[in-house]
Every structure is written in C-alpha cells, then in structure tokens.
Design a protein. Structure first.
Length: 304
C-alpha cells in the first residue's frame, strides 16, 4: 500500500494496489454559483511538475500501474505558474515514467478539450480513453444561473472532438437536477441533450443549497419530490446507456487491469472504464486480454 502525505496541500494521496490517486493542484477560481469550494479552498495552487514526477516514479517503483490525476479543478493546473505550463505539459512528463501503464484523468473542465490539446494528448499512449467532463446541466439558461462558463453547444463540441480522437471513448459526467429555477422545460432540454451526447455513465445529484453560495439564496428553489422524479429519470437513462455501451463489447476482446478478488471472480477495469470480471486466477495487478461473453449487472463477464 502506497501512502504519502502532502502537507502543503493538506491532503493525502492514497492508493489501492493497482491504482494511485495523485493530487496535482488545489483550489478553484471558477465560482460556480452553487459551490463553496473557491471560498473554502482558495485560489488555484499547483504542485511543481518535478514534485509530481518524483511521486509518480515512487508509485511506479511500488509496482502500481495506473495513476489517476486529480485535483479540485485539474484543468486549471499551472495557471498560477509564471511559466507557460499547463496540464498537457505535466501529462507528457508522466507519460514518460517507466512502469506506469495507464494515466487516467479524473474530472476535467470540458473547455480544456481543444484540437491543440488533443493533438498533444493523443500522442500519449498511456492516457485512458475515459474522460469525466462535468456538465451539470444541458440547458443554457440553467448553466448561466450556475455560472458555468460554457454553453451546451460548446460542451457538445468538446465531446465530438473526444469521440473523433478516441473511437472507444467512455464519457462520464455529473448532473445537478432541481437547480433553483429549473423549469420543466429546462429540465427537458437537459434530458434531450444528455440523450444526444450519449454518456457512458452519469452521476446525478439532487441540488442541495450550500450556505454562503449565490444559489442558496436564489428564488424558485425546487420542491424535493420534483428533484426526486428528475433524478430518477436521469438515473434510468444512465443505466440504459451503460448497458448499451457494455453490450457492444460482447464477443470482443478487451484489455483489463485486474484489481481485486470478488468471491470466485477477479475484476478490473478497461482503459475506457468498463468493469470486467473473469473466474478467479492469480492475475492481480496484471493487464490481460479478456474475451467478453456477457453483460451482467453493469459489468462484463468473460475469460482470460
Ligand atoms: S464546481 Fe468545480 S469549477 Fe465550479 S467552483 Fe466548484 S470546484 Fe470550481
């Protein structure tokens, strides 16, 4: 078990045996109207590339094969440096580290996805084709009240670039339902938008006010029952998408990093984040090719 304290960030980077979570920055300057983080954690502060590379090398020496790059607002990595250094520069350095086989990005702001960014990213063979882009709403009016700084159309363009660059990409997202003032019409816009993008998986949150934020004192707070109903519809859609995505792999071969035993099975993830299990063998922390036989409870079952 790898464990290291980063006192300057007040956080701990911790891992399982196969995957390490590496925090590369703290703070956020975006001030979404529902979020307390910019007040609670302050401005963007990024760790130096050298310090992160040193940590990832140590992780690789432990035999860990996958790193998850995380932070409060990862897309802002480097914004506080005098030099012109950004997330892509960091990823290029991590990609060079021997022993690391996979680099997974945790949640990223969609607007970082540009043609220039992808031209460099797609050259890095260790980057996982799984991207978590926080959308929050697919309706421009709601996005505006949330103070998210993109439109639904701009978000869609980012997802199209990713789909073009990574043919098997899994896009996941976070959605808030019942944001103050969200009318039936606004929610329907979001619903149709989500159907259109066809996310692999969506995390649905029912809006809950955070004291000290602008959204907490907005008019037209939404009734709990309505939030519940909207949440249920989106959870259903997410589940349907996930099953359809998984079923496309039946009969195909996928590469899995095996993580842990579960009863008579051992399971792990593909680069595009599907959970795959096979009858137990001692293959923990190895990457194996698996022939997929079926989909079962949002997981794929197959044989090595
Ligand atoms: S939701 Fe994310 S981007 Fe928005 S203020 Fe909070 S941490 Fe920053």
């Amino acid at each position: 078990m790898y464990q290291k304290e980063f006192l300057d960030f007040g956080t701990t980077s911790y891992t399982e045996k196969t995957r390490a979570v590496v925090k590369v920055q703290d703070g956020c300057d975006r001030f979404c109207s529902y979020c307390i983080i910019p007040y609670a954690r302050g401005h963007v502060r990024s760790r130096k590339i050298e310090s992160i590379v040193e940590e990832v090398k140590a992780i690789a020496e432990e035999g860990i094969k996958e790193v998850v790059i995380t932070g409060i607002h990862v897309a802002s990595y480097g914004k506080d440096f005098k030099e012109d250094i950004g997330l892509i520069d960091l990823l290029e350095e991590i990609n060079k580290i021997e022993g690391i086989k996979r680099i997974r990005l945790s949640s990223i702001e969609p607007t970082i996805i540009t043609e220039e960014f992808l031209a460099r990213l797609t050259k890095l063979e260790k980057i996982c084709d799984h991207f978590h882009l926080s959308l929050q709403s697919g309706c421009d009016e709601t996005l505006k009240r949330m103070n998210r700084r993109y439109t639904a159309e701009e978000f869609k363009e980012c997802t199209e670039l990713l789909k073009k660059a990574y043919p098997n990409v899994a896009l996941t997202t976070d959605i808030i339902v019942g944001f103050p003032g969200e009318t039936d019409e606004e929610f329907e816009k979001t619903y149709q938008f989500l159907k259109d993008i066809n996310f692999y998986m969506m995390h649905i949150f029912k809006y809950s006010p955070r004291k000290g934020t602008k959204a907490a004192v907005m008019a037209n707070q939404i009734d709990g029952k309505l939030k519940e109903e909207r949440s249920r519809r989106l959870i259903e859609l997410s589940r349907k998408n996930e099953i359809e995505h998984n079923e496309r792999y039946i009969g195909k071969e996928v590469e899995v990093l095996f993580e842990e035993r579960e009863g008579d099975y051992i399971k792990g993830h593909t680069t595009n984040y599907m959970v795959v299990k096979v009858p137990y063998k001692e293959i923990e922390n190895t990457i194996e090719k698996v022939k997929v036989e079926k989909e079962e409870n949002l997981e794929l079952v197959g044989n090595v």
